[in-house]
Write a protein that binds this ligand. Structure first.
Ligand code: PEP
Ligand code: MN
Length: 348
């Protein structure tokens, strides 16, 4: 027994040495990251990993097999890459200027974004905006390019819809946000709207993300329903590496085996995204739940989790909506929702 204790003591000492060496290595990795950024060089260099692996295998005297050594170092390479890309300690919590003296993020109040799923007609938009404005909402959402599951469903009014959105945002002195689905319509969305939305389905459309990064406008980047938190953060990198840091991350529910909601609102992602990145985080409750009767409860959950903003869908007559009729709130439902929001905002 005494012998085992002695050997364990040596293992503990060696582990501490490894720990110090790993962190020494990590410090150098970070320095390389800073130099690469200055020179505009890609972070990922698979050739370099291969070269280092073959040097290690040549010098490996065992008892670990070369395969085991490769696996161990693969984890070290991956963690090292993360040290270079995730902007954890570069900037802590951004405050983004959205225009009209509205800010989101650090030290700013929780922002409410509301509006119809799709812009359907001038009358529908005017009546819907009128009641959300009455409750003090400052950011109007409305889809003009709709990424619908079926190609035969209503696809949105396109540029005509964007023009209406701009007209009614101006009329009620609100900011506007609409989704861009392609590089072509991105230009139009940027022309007519204050904020660009990249929808869940396009979180993996890297050329679209890069094109959005070349603009300076604030971007709401929605989490894909099958993406991990890390994949969402890497998609945000596609935007920020092009020079646009005005990114708002949006939790909008993920696909699970649960069928009582449209998606499962991943509340845990909110504090994690806030810890792991510098970007404000909002929650889209309508697309998460896919129903209206639990929105007030979800509000408490996401406010408690620390969101910087909330997005919901509203419609003057949800029963006649051309998309997402089940989840859009009418005037009465929305007024009750805002009353709950105000109540929670006072508690937290
Ligand atoms: C939307 O906000 O209009 C939308 C389609 O949401 P998501 O991309 O999250 O499905
Ligand atoms: Mn919708």
């Amino acid at each position: 027994m005494a012998e085992i204790e002695k050997l364990r003591k040596s293992i503990d000492e060696i582990s501490l040495e490894i720990l110090n060496l790993l962190n020494k290595r990590a410090d150098i990795v970070k320095q390389i990251g800073i130099e690469k950024e200055k020179l505009g060089i890609e972070i990922c260099n698979p050739l370099r990993e291969e070269t280092l692996s073959s040097i290690l295998c040549k010098n490996n005297k065992g008892p670990f097999s070369n395969e085991a050594i490769k696996r161990i170092f693969k984890t070290i390479y991956d963690e090292s890459k993360d040290l270079q890309i995730v902007k954890k300690d570069k900037i802590t919590s951004l405050k983004i200027d959205l225009g009209n003296e509205i800010f989101i993020g650090k030290d700013s109040p929780i922002i409410m974004i509301a509006g119809p799923c799709s812009i359907e007609s001038e009358e529908q938009l005017d009546k819907t905006v009128s009641f959300i404005h009455e409750k003090g909402v400052k950011i109007l959402r409305g889809g003009a390019y709709k990424p619908r599951t079926s190609p035969y469903s209503f696809q949105g009014l396109g540029e005509k819809g964007l023009k209406l959105l701009q007209k009614y945002a101006k009329k009620y002195n609100m900011l506007s946000v609409s989704e861009a689905t392609t590089i072509e319509n991105l230009k139009l969305v940027a022309q007519y709207c204050d904020i660009i939305q990249i929808g869940a389905r396009n979180m993996y459309s890297y050329p679209l993300l890069e094109a959005t990064g070349k603009l300076k406008k604030p971007v709401i980047l929605k989490r894909h329903f099958s993406s991990t938190i890390k994949e969402l953060l890497l998609s945000a990198e596609y935007i920020s590496k092009e020079g646009n840091n005005n990114i708002i991350l949006c939790e909008r529910g993920i696909r699970t085996f649960e069928t009582s909601t449209r998606n499962t609102l991943d509340v845990s992602s909110i504090p994690i995204l806030k810890k792991e990145s510098c970007y404000p985080v909002i929650a889209d409750l309508s697309h998460s739940a896919g129903r209206k009767d639990i929105l007030n409860s979800l509000l408490g959950a996401v406010i408690g989790a620390g969101v910087n903003g909330i997005m919901v869908e509203t419609h003057i007559n949800p029963n006649e909506a051309l998309s997402d009729g089940n989840q859009q709130m009418n005037k009465e439902e929305f007024f009750e929702f805002i009353n709950t929001f105000e109540k929670y905002s006072k508690i937290f």
